[in-house]
Design a binder for this molecule. Sequence first.
Ligand SMILES: *[C@@H]1O[C@H](CO)[C@@H](O)[C@H](O)[C@H]1NC(C)=O
Ligand SMILES: *[C@@H]1O[C@H](CO)[C@@H](O)[C@H](O)[C@H]1NC(C)=O
Ligand SMILES: *[C@@H]1O[C@H](CO)[C@@H](O)[C@H](O)[C@H]1NC(C)=O
Ligand SMILES: *[C@@H]1O[C@H](CO)[C@@H](O)[C@H](O)[C@H]1NC(C)=O
Ligand SMILES: *[C@@H]1O[C@H](CO)[C@@H](O)[C@H](O)[C@H]1NC(C)=O
Ligand SMILES: *[C@@H]1O[C@H](CO)[C@@H](O)[C@H](O)[C@H]1NC(C)=O
Length: 525
Amino acid sequence: MHHFTLLGLFILLSALSRSYAGKVLVFPADASHWINMKVLIVELHSKGHNITVVRGSSSWYIEEKSPLYTSITVDTGEFDDDFMEKFLPQLLKMQRQGRSFWNEMALADESYRRLTEIHQQICNMTATMFENKTLMNSLKDAAYDIVLTDPAFGGGVLLAHRLGLPLVFNVRWTVYGEAHFVIAPSPLSYIPVPGIQLTDKMTFSQRVMNVMTFIMIHYKNSKYFGSPYQEFTQKYFGPDVDFLSLLQNADIWLMRNDFTFEFPRPTMPNVVYMGGFQCKPAKPLPDDLEEFVQSSGEHGVIIMTLGTVFGQLLSEINDEIAAAFAQLPQKVIWRHTGPRPANLGNNTLIVDWLPQNDLLGHPQTKVFVAHGGTNGVQEAIYHGVPIVGLPLAFDQPDNLSRMQAKGTAKIVDFATLDRNVFLEALKEVLHNSSYRENMQRLSRLHHDQPMKPLDRAVFWIEFVMRNRGAPHLRTQSFRMSWIEYYCIDVIFTLLMIFVLSCFVIYSIIKYLCFKVVFKKKMKSE
Ligand SMILES: *[C@@H]1O[C@H](CO)[C@@H](O)[C@H](O)[C@H]1NC(C)=O
Ligand SMILES: *[C@@H]1O[C@H](CO)[C@@H](O)[C@H](O)[C@H]1NC(C)=O
Ligand SMILES: *[C@@H]1O[C@H](CO)[C@@H](O)[C@H](O)[C@H]1NC(C)=O
Ligand SMILES: *[C@@H]1O[C@H](CO)[C@@H](O)[C@H](O)[C@H]1NC(C)=O
Ligand SMILES: *[C@@H]1O[C@H](CO)[C@@H](O)[C@H](O)[C@H]1NC(C)=O
Ligand SMILES: *[C@@H]1O[C@H](CO)[C@@H](O)[C@H](O)[C@H]1NC(C)=O
């Protein structure tokens, strides 16, 4: 009897908590971006929403079968997915040989070319979907409530527009660059363009650099990345539809970012910050790891993860790093694949995988050696562990330079890295307490908010489902051309009126003077 009451209560409760259960169509970006999207999917699934994921047939990150979602696999043909494997080692080697302007230009061109191919591929995949009447009809019939997408690639934006569905972004980067720059006012006087490692306090020459970089990036992004989508948009939606305004038209922007990380800047009512949404309290470590960590005693441990690319290639760098570690009294846990570095000290434990979040949350952890990539920086902030940064490419140098500007990280340049430089950096972060204190302060600020970032993200996704969009939070800027946006037309008109009235007044005065002079002359004659 008692059991039945409990069961009834349970069913009632779960029915209540599922009362907003909706249907979500997810168009994720592949590779590391998928890790972030999956965090949201797990949470949405646990709230009882029905999730469908669109994936390309060549994707090997996004599983076809999952208990969390049903998937729709779209044929993408063969696709060369070794961008990272080939490109990053090239980049590393170049940094070691010393940077030259031409080298860098060539490499930037190469990476733009590769990325453009991926964008083209996404357009082809979306076209395959649009051309498949059976598929489009079944998507229409399924009556989804929203499309959730990562606008680093534009497929989800196009699909949402075709299906006429509200659109929610899980975003840091869009096709056109950093997300804020696409929707929010971004004065270049105090907002550094991502990628050039400036802060919000810029000198005159830095501002010149900031503006020039902005113009170049903006031009290149629309030329290389935007144009496949623009062509697609005009082909399928007509000549006066503009891809950028479809993008800006999204209902909610769940930004993987917050102000412990970002410099303060203007934002928009439909931007929701969820930086740190992927972080969780640390769980206990596996026994062998816990034993190793405890054996470090008062000195504590150093955690190092740099991703997989480093392992294979630069054994000379790895040897130097190992030699530096060997000179420290701390214990080191190093995630490393590939050949075993020479000079390895007996205080260093090499593992091919480590529970990064749990280790960062361990009280014995003193320093985190990181490349500034996916989630590492955010997890370090969450747990308040200072960083020694070895940045490599993309937005990693920028991620770390922000941390350095806040006094929570020390950056070591690959070009100059050897055992002494690395050891000095480690010692500084270990012994100068300001790094740890600053990071702990950021961590406290990050935790001191009314709602957990993940709960906030899910709230807003459900909000859009309940209310069929959030147009009341959306500014009208997406309808405007840049001439209207900056009121160039108004300024020009007012200027014209001013000039014209000056001219008229001048003419009248001239005319009157002339008349007076003329009359005088007439009289004198
Ligand atoms: C995309 O499709 C076009 C035309 O069907 C084709 O020429 C092109 O090679 C495709 N691009 C990629 C990256 O698959
Ligand atoms: C169209 O989509 C349906 C459903 O996903 C699929 O079974 C079919 O093979 C697709 N047709 C073509 C021509 O790709
Ligand atoms: C979720 O939606 C899909 C697509 O409409 C449907 O095939 C599936 O049965 C639904 N799953 C649940 C558990 O309702
Ligand atoms: C590790 O090496 C150091 C010096 O190289 C030595 O003093 C120490 O005893 C060694 N520890 C163990 C457990 O082997
Ligand atoms: C740092 O860079 C990576 C890509 O290299 C990105 O995915 C991540 O969101 C960035 N930010 C943080 C806080 O880690
Ligand atoms: C610690 O580091 C900070 C910031 O780099 C610096 O200003 C300070 O002088 C250092 N303190 C010591 C004792 O070295």
